[in-house]
Design a protein around this ligand. Structure first.
Ligand code: PLP
Length: 393
């Protein structure tokens, strides 16, 4: 059967591909260490699980409104008010099947054939594919490593054409862990306002911020910027709820209404029980969120120091999320590989350590290591990488 043109250029998620290969090796009995994970390794906090069980027992197992339960939207409104002093109406919020689905739905309602979306590199793997699936054209702007992988106002300006519809800002970033400062966001925001470009602000890693760094939403900086921004967020990373699939978008109510109409014909609604769990996530104690953040920060500080000791690896220290994104070009060359992709493959085959090649994120000199795994495992992985380099040189 000939498939639609729409999917012919679709590239499967690199993150999932490497995880699949690591799993395959594990199934064959190899002791593989996977550092590809894109999800917290903690259990969902118990009170959230209990809320879902209660919802089931009380019969909340039916369709809900397409855009999400009113009670959940009310909790999200409160969360924005509490965390970011942002006021949204429930009509400005849609609950989706994860932040990924919120982004997918957004691009579907936003883009006409040929509309351009500016995507800073390194990018989260799904942005370009989602833009293309909606008929849009990804326009890449290189966040240079020397600028901590962040794009500058001049770079943004230079990428704008009359077809530019939106720009994606992902801070803290997957895969780099970098965070845009308030001043940097203001400078980028001014350009978006001047050219009437929608800002898609993916804030899914908002709660995972380390050291003196601070997460600021571009929507907080002025009423004009709030009106120009769609915030994407969710409970996956903050509350360790990746499998529950609850994310949301907040912003212009006409866009949100169109997204809700589209969702009514695609998913009908996010899972009812998961929505009750998300209500508990936001209305219940937030200590587990902070405990997980602290655990990630401790791991980052330990593992970062060890990583940069490995010959050939250099790394800008991440400020948030749970990834390290070192440059491994030198390491690949020292070990006799022409590309970082080949180096990553050899690391998996020979040292049994699974990293994700940066090529999938638009940064072919880098690799992504997730530290969403225990310190013991991380330290073992670093040891294996070190040994691999010693053996190859
Ligand atoms: N945005 C970024 C940058 C991500 O890394 C992820 C998940 O890996 C998502 C969005 C999607 O999260 P969700 O699980 O809510 O779909």
């Amino acid at each position: 059967m000939k498939l639609a043109k729409r999917v012919s250029s679709l590239t499967p998620s690199t993150t999932l591909a490497i995880t699949a290969k690591a799993k395959e090796l594990k199934a064959k009995g190899y002791d593989v260490i996977g550092l590809g994970a894109g999800e917290p390794d903690f259990n969902t906090p118990q009170h959230i699980i209990d809320a879902a069980l209660k919802a089931m027992n009380e019969g909340h197992t039916k369709y809900t409104p397409s855009g999400g339960l009113a009670t959940l939207k009310a909790e999200i409104v409160k969360k924005f008010q509490h965390d970011q002093q942002l006021q949204y109406e429930p009509s400005e919020i849609i609950v989706c099947v994860g932040a990924k689905h919120a982004l997918y739905t957004l691009f579907q309602v936003l883009l006409d054939e040929g509309d351009e979306v500016i995507i800073p590199t390194p990018y989260w793997v799904s942005y370009p594919e989602q833009v293309k699936l909606a008929g849009g054209v990804p326009v890449y702007v290189e966040g240079l490593e020397e600028n901590h992988f962040k794009i500058t106002p001049d770079q943004l300006k230079a990428a704008i054409t009359e077809r530019t519809k939106a720009v994606i800002i992902n801070s803290p970033s997957n895969p780099t862990g970098m965070i845009y400062t308030e001043d940097e966001l203001r400078a980028l925001g001014d350009i978006c306002l001047a050219h009437d470009i929608l800002i898609v602000s993916d804030e899914i890693y908002e709660k995972l911020v380390y050291g003196d760094n601070k997460h600021v939403s571009i929507a907080q900086l002025s009423p004009q910027l709030k009106a120009q921004t769609i915030i994407i967020n969710g409970v996956s990373k903050s509350h360790s709820m990746t499998g529950w699939r609850i994310g949301y978008a907040a912003g212009n109510k006409d866009i949100i209404r169109a997204m809700t109409d589209l969702a009514s014909h695609s998913t009908s609604n996010p899972t009812s029980i998961a929505q009750y769990a998300a209500i508990a996530a936001y209305s219940g104690p937030q200590e587990p969120v902070e405990q997980m953040r602290q655990a990630f920060e401790e791991r980052l500080n330990i593992i970062y120091e060890k990583l940069i000791q490995i010959p050939g690896f250099t790394c800008v220290k991440p400020q948030g999320a749970f990834y390290l994104f070192p440059n491994a070009r030198q390491a690949a060359m020292m070990a006799g590989y022409e590309s970082v992709d080949a180096f990553v493959e050899a690391l998996l085959d020979e040292a049994k350590v699974a990293l994700v090649p940066g090529s999938g994120f638009g940064a072919p000199d880098n690799v992504r290591l997730s530290y969403a795994t225990s310190l013991d495992v991380l330290e073992k992985a670093i040891e294996r990488m070190k040994l691999f380099m010693e053996q190859k040189r």
